[in-house]
Every structure is written in C-alpha cells, then in structure tokens.
Design a protein around this ligand. Structure first.
Ligand code: DGL
Length: 279
C-alpha cells in the first residue's frame, strides 16, 4: 500500500483539461471555505474519443497524484472519466491506495436532479463520444426515474472549440447548431437538455441561440456542489480531512502560462499554476 500524507488536505478536482473549472466554479460558489487542488491533464486532452483502458489509466494516475499531494477526497470533474474510470478506481484501486480516501464522480449528482426538472419526461444529453457510448447517463437516470426517455448525441468538436478558445468564434455556430438539430430530430418532445461534458457550459451563449425556446439547459456545477454539500453532512470523517483556507491551487500537465491564459476565460481571476508530469 502506498504511503500517503495523513494530515488533512485540499479537495482534489480532476479533469482532462479546462472543463472541470466549470465544476470547481460551481463548488466554490457554494463551498468557498475549503481548499482546492485542481489538476488538468491538458497535455493529453481530449479524453472523449479515447478508449476505456486509456481513460482509466490516465485517471488512475491523476487520482494517485492528488492523493500523494495530500487530498483525501478527489472529485472527477469530468464526465468521460466518471463514465469510464470511476467505478474501477473505487472498486479496484482505492482498497490498495487507501480505503479511507474517496473518489466521487459527477454523473450521479446530475442524474439525481433530472426527475424534478423535466415535465415532458423526455431528456436530452450532449456529451463526448465516450460518455454517450458508455450509456452512463441512461443507466443512472433510469435507475432513479424509469419513466424518463433519454436521448443522447455526441459532440466531438465541442471540446476542441473550448480548449482552443474558439467557443465564441463564428465558426462554432455551425458545430453547435448541427448537434442541437440532431438531438431535436431524435426526440422533439425533449424539454430538458443536460450538458454532460464539463467543457460545454463555455458554449452556453451559442447553445441558447440554437435551442428551441422553453427548453431548459442544465449545467452541472451547481448540482455537483449541492451533492457535495450533502455528502459532507453524511460523511463527517471525510469532511474533517478537507482543509478550510479558501485557497485554490492549479496543476497542469501542459505549459502553465498557457493554462493561466485560458483559465482566465473560465474563472475571471488570476491563478497560481504549476506543471506536473503524470505517469
Ligand atoms: N470535460 C470532459 C467531460 O466532462 C471531457 C473532455 C474531453 O474530451 O477531454 O467529459
């Protein structure tokens, strides 16, 4: 078993790149008192088209590193990692790494709120190819709300649009409209659409522009934050091991200067970033 720091530490938030910043933002709105350590594997993003084995291996490396850096709780702020790696890490890796630490995903908290949000009981999902193919959203929603019809569309170009800072460019309109039209053709009764990829809230202005009026667009940040707050109430031993200084530190596997520049788009504040290598 690895020797990990035992003293309390920050909450780890992991994503393939910048997308998890939308989750971090939502969590900090509700829980600003905690310390956070954000890790973006920008050098190896996107994850959305990668195989199960590769996403699992990259995510396992990231979680292990965040544990080594003092986190007792790591949130996979990435739907692709939550869909493809979470369960294996919880079941196979945690018992060896440290059975007292926790790794949580973001699909379940999103599925939990959907029942209250849809009236037509027809829900759409936009996500990466990996998340759509895993059927994780369908499975989680159906466990809780068997009556809801779920239709999903993969949006392979949306993550690069965000990662390359093109979310507001005129070129993005074509790719956004194309997928919205595809989803609405699949099921015209949809009244609620989940942005099942943490990068997609950055495309919200364009998504609103092309989505038929009256359809609710659900971004995950606030719901993940609410779920975490409830989790802490039920798991005080984990909560006690999360430090409270209101500080955030960022790590990237890419160039820190590049990360700093792009992170501003998400966070609108200066950030401290270090480079790390995952292996
Ligand atoms: N932001 C990640 C998600 O929520 C995936 C982006 C990627 O393809 O790396 O699925």
């Amino acid at each position: 078993m690895a020797v990990l720091p035992s003293e309390p530490g920050p909450i780890g938030i992991f994503d393939s790149g910048y997308g998890g910043l939308t989750i971090l933002h939502g969590i900090r709105q509700l829980l600003p008192q905690y310390d956070y350590l954000y890790l973006g594997d920008n050098a190896r993003a996107p994850y959305g088209t990668r195989s199960f084995d590769v996403v699992y291996e990259f995510t396992r490396q990231a979680v292990t590193r965040l544990f080594e850096m003092g986190c007792h709780l790591v949130i996979l702020g990435c739907n692709t990692a939550s869909a493809k790696a979470l369960r294996t890490i919880q079941e196979n890796d945690l018992p060896n790494l440290d059975p007292n630490r926790r790794v949580l995903g973001i699909i379940r908290p999103t599925a939990e709120v959907i029942g209250q949000l849809t009236h037509s009981r027809h829900v759409g999902i936009f996500a990466t190819e990996g998340t759509i193919k895993s059927e994780s959203y369908n499975l989680e929603i159906h466990k809780l709300f068997p009556d809801i019809q779920v239709s999903g569309v993969a949006c392979p170009f949306w993550v690069p649009l965000v990662e390359y800072n093109e979310a507001d460019s005129p070129g993005a309109d074509y790719f956004v409209k194309k997928r919205i039209d595809q989803l609405m053709r699949l099921d015209p009764d949809i009244d609620t659409i989940i942005l099942g990829c943490t990068h997609y809230p950055l495309l919200l202005p364009k998504i609103h522009k092309y989505t038929p009026r009256g359809i609710r667009i659900v971004s995950q940040g606030e719901y993940v934050a609410g779920a975490l707050q409830r989790y802490f109430v039920h798991h005080p031993a984990i909560e006690e091991r999360c430090t409270k200084g209101g500080h955030v530190h960022y790590l990237t596997t890419e160039n820190p200067e590049k990360f700093k520049e792009s992170a501003q788009i998400f966070l609108h504040e200066p950030v401290e970033v270090d480079n790390i290598t995952l292996a």
